[in-house]
Write a protein that binds this ligand. Structure first.
Ligand code: C5P
Length: 401
């Protein structure tokens, strides 16, 4: 069990992955990634560039993958010298992690002057890269151009993360953590209990503008919705996350659409439908001001009255559609949780509703959830939000099936 990392739910059983390692200090993290891939059930063939071998030895990867590591286009023991073709054709995924700035440039150009770049060009399988480089190199115009080209060529780009770098600087360019890369793979590989399913999720608060500088919002951090998005992606779903304003990073492999108000959130959701599953985690404001002032409202000695009108109930509207997805609601209550949550579930006609006490959840890292469905109540033990989200996704999968 990998419970410390919390990634025991990822299954890549039977998948064949070529792990390409290029020259960067993050190559040491690729060793951990290799271990996690093997643990998730994948068959892993490692290919290293010459520069990668300056950082980590092939022996490390051989021990972890249980296979000899490929390092050169010229000395591959293959019956007809066509190893680059056979290998890439047999794979389900070619994953380059870390992918250096130089390797991204090579890929964008379609160059094939060593084993790994040749494998990439000869492949028929999906290609994913996890870039890792200094922040200035990441921001540099040529890297931007190369990245655009790679996205246009349908390459999946995982990360990078923002944070402290080996060079001592801080910014975007850090390779995603191995567990984060692993979590993004089921969706790319069509593996996992939700493989082939589209899952649409709302998260965070909404912001209802009063005038150009002020607005109504709430204490939702978005942590629960983002955790649910990550758990759904780990289970192999194609996840679209419609998010109100938050400070959170998008989980790897998740497509995110940013919105401000409930009306914008509703529009984005209707635009993204149809979907197999809709999970409404966002704390959508129930009211907005009837007219947003075009200019900043000036202070006066007198009181100020705002006229509030109801916002659309996005979840109720989606659940009432004739081709409604499997709908999951969230209910944050401050008292009488079971009573309010079950009433809400029946009123909105939801197969599954997740209840929690608002004061114990909003903005916090852990939660104590109760699942309400046709079979009754299921109380989950208090745990971090990602653990809770994974249990929720497992429960949802069992109901879907
Ligand atoms: O506001 P209420 O307590 O009814 O929220 C319950 C569920 O409905 C939540 O999952 C929330 O995301 C969703 N909701 C919505 N649109 C609203 C209000 C709530 O989708 N305007």
């Amino acid at each position: 069990m990998e419970s410390a990392l919390g990634i025991e739910t990822v299954s890549l059983a039977g998948k064949k992955i070529i792990l390409g390692v290029t020259g960067g200090i993050a190559a040491y993290k690729a060793a951990e990634l290799c271990r996690l891939l093997v643990k998730a059930g994948a068959g892993v063939q490692v290919a290293m560039t010459a520069a990668a071998q300056q950082f980590v030895t092939p022996l490390t990867f051989q021990a972890l993958s249980g296979q000899p590591v490929l390092t050169s286009l010229w000395d591959v023991a293959d019956r007809d010298g066509m190893a680059h073709i056979h290998l890439s054709r047999a794979a389900d995924l070619l994953l380059v992690a870390p992918a250096s700035a130089d390797f991204l440039a090579k890929l964008a150009q379609g160059r094939a002057d060593d084993l790994l770049s040749t494998l990439c060009l000869a492949r028929t399988c999906r290609l994913a890269v996890a870039p890792a480089m200094n922040r200035e190199m990441w921001a540099a115009a040529p890297t931007r151009r190369n990245l655009e080209q790679l996205l246009a060529d349908n390459v999946n780009v995982l990360g990078p993360a923002v944070g402290e770098q080996a060079c001592g600087e801080t910014g975007p360019g850090r390779m995603l953590e191995p567990a984060e890369i692993l979590a993004a793979l089921p969706a790319l590989l069509g593996a996992g209990a939700l493989a082939g399913k589209r899952v649409l999720i709302t998260a965070g608060p909404t912001f209802e503008a009063i005038d150009p500088v002020r607005g109504l919002t709430n204490r939702s951090s978005g942590k629960m919705g983002y955790a649910v998005a990550q758990a759904a992606a780990e289970a192999g779903a194609a996840v679209c996350l419609v998010s109100g304003p938050t400070c959170l990073d998008t989980p790897a492999g998740v497509r995110r659409i940013d919105v401000q108000s409930a009306s914008e959130m509703r529009e984005a959701i209707l635009h993204e439908l149809p979907s197999d599953v809709f999970i409404a985690v966002a704390a959508v404001a129930d009211y907005r001001v009837d007219t947003t002032a075009a200019q900043k409202i000036k202070k006066s000695g007198a009181g100020l009255t705002l006229n509030l009108i109801p916002n659309p109930d996005i979840l109720a509207e989606v659940a009432a559609l004739s081709d409604a997805p499997f709908c999951v609601g969230f209910a944050a209550e401050t008292e009488r949780l079971a009573e309010h949550a079950e009433a809400k579930r029946l009123k909105k006609k939801l197969p599954l509703l997740v209840g929690n006490l608002a004061q114990e959840t909003l903005g916090q890292d852990s939660a104590e959830l109760v699942l309400f469905d046709d079979r009754g109540q299921h109380r989950l033990p208090r745990a971090d939000k990602l653990t809770q989200a994974r249990i929720l996704i497992r429960h949802l999968t069992s109901l879907l099936n």
